[in-house]
Design a protein around this ligand. Structure first.
Ligand code: SF4
Ligand code: SF4
Length: 91
């Protein structure tokens, strides 16, 4: 008889970064960093939702980029509806 496969309820969630991996600073990988135009930013939080590394922090009033964990993927810049994030090459 074939072995019963586990239900999805028994399989742990994967591929979701609930919080930055604090022991492994992915910022070391970065070749470009996000620079935000704070005048143009509408605080819509789309970038915060899309950042795969949990590297954008919202304090209730404004955003900050945590460069210890931002790996420079550029997704935030790609998804920003008002195009106020530019990716700048690291020195
Ligand atoms: S997606 Fe763009 S406009 Fe929205 S909060 Fe982020 S930087 Fe600001
Ligand atoms: S560049 Fe990538 S890792 Fe860095 S803040 Fe934007 S989405 Fe997050």
């Amino acid at each position: 008889m074939a072995k019963q496969k586990p239900s999805y309820k028994e399989i742990p969630a994967a591929a979701v970064a609930w919080k930055p991996a604090t022991d492994y600073k992915t910022g070391d990988w970065r070749s470009k960093r996000p620079i935000r135009d704070t005048e143009k930013c509408t605080r819509c939080l789309i970038c915060w939702v899309f950042c795969p590394d949990g590297a954008i922090h919202w304090d209730g009033e404004d955003l900050t980029f945590d460069l210890d964990y931002c790996k420079g993927c550029g997704i935030c810049a790609q998804e920003c509806p008002v195009e106020c994030i530019k990716m700048e090459t690291e020195e």
